[in-house]
Design a protein around this ligand. Sequence first.
Ligand SMILES: [Zn+2]
Length: 102
Amino acid sequence: MSTDKKQTEAKTLPDPSVGSIDLFGDSERNWSEDFSHENGKYMRVCFACGQTFVGHKRRVQCRKCALECKAAWDALPEAEKQKRMEHLKAELACLKTSSPNA
Ligand SMILES: [Zn+2]
């Protein structure tokens, strides 16, 4: 019957919430707290998940990934956090010494 066919077609259509119409909606990936700032409504692509989000033009990560990342960090044992921070500081020191402006 034709109604069955229509239902099948509807399932294959893209999710309308992913389109451009609801860009500034309360998507969990958008940084809605940036919207009131100058340059706060840029469409960006998250380096972690590859999804589009809206936020400050300098943001590189969507809100969802950032929160997941923070939760993972918070769950680490204190000793592991220290170890990773030391590693990052060492990397930063390397970058500073190899800079042409150093
Ligand atoms: Zn993301």
